[in-house]
Ligand binder design. Structure first.
Ligand code: AMP
Length: 214
């Protein structure tokens, strides 16, 4: 099964994608993670996109489509979760063609709907375990009192360079201008299902499970 998680920054796409990997053996394809890796390892492409990402703007379609194309070269039996991709209509078209080329198709697009005020509160409070990538949130899921990650015991946590209120304003603008038209597009193709992204992590997980099992 191939699934797109669609929603603004902070909607919980990454969190839910990780749960789907654990529960259903799917493979998470997050273009944001791939770009952050390229940035951290200082590749030529990483250097090229660093400033754009920190400013909260979208990198070119060509770069992200290339990243996804590479990942789709190896099949994955459990299917793919596209997290943060596609973000433009051109990317959506490219994804359709790539899946077709590999003899597979898109099954469902899950729109995770969250109000802007909640997004801002969530994003400015979030951090990640450096060792295993587990996500934390100062308000809803604080780092354990002993300072150790509950999954791997790691003690180093990081905040994203673009999780600042200034960058976030641009990311939201980019979302509404370039990505939200995908909601109409996938509604028209019959793929769109919408879940309330606001509840507890488990509540959102159950809502997504209901869609996938329908
Ligand atoms: P994310 O982790 O999905 O929030 O992505 C972080 C940043 O990476 C975004 O603000 C963009 O600068 C860039 N990015 C990630 N995915 C894409 C995409 N599909 N298209 C363009 N830029 C992207």
């Amino acid at each position: 099964m191939n699934v797109i998680l669609l929603g603004p920054p902070g909607a919980g796409k990454g969190t839910q994608a990780r749960l789907l990997v654990e529960d259903r053996g799917m493979m998470q394809l997050s273009t944001g993670d791939m770009l952050r890796e390229a940035k951290a390892s200082g590749t030529e492409m990483g250097q090229k996109v660093a400033a754009i990402m920190d400013a909260g703007q979208l990198v070119t379609d060509e770069i992200v489509i290339g990243l996804i194309e590479e990942k789709l070269e190896s099949d994955h039996e459990g299917g793919f979760i596209f997290d943060g991709f596609p973000r433009t209509l051109a990317q959506a078209d490219a994804l359709g063609s790539l899946l077709e080329k590999h003899g597979t198709k898109l099954d469902v697009v899950i729109e995770m709907r969250v109000e802007d005020a909640d997004l801002i509160a969530r994003i400015t409070a979030r951090s990640t375990c450096v060792q295993c990538g587990e996500g934390y949130n100062d308000i809803s899921k604080p780092i354990p009192a002993d300072g150790a990650c509950s999954v791997c015991g790691g003690t180093e946590f990081t905040r994203r360079a673009d999780d600042t209120s200034e960058s976030l304003r641009m990311r939201l603008l980019e979302y509404y201008k370039k990505t939200s038209p995908l909601i109409g597009y996938y509604y028209a193709t019959g793929h769109l299902r919408t879940v309330n992204g606001l509840g507890e992590i488990d509540e959102v997980k159950d809502a997504i499970a209901k869609v996938l099992d329908a």
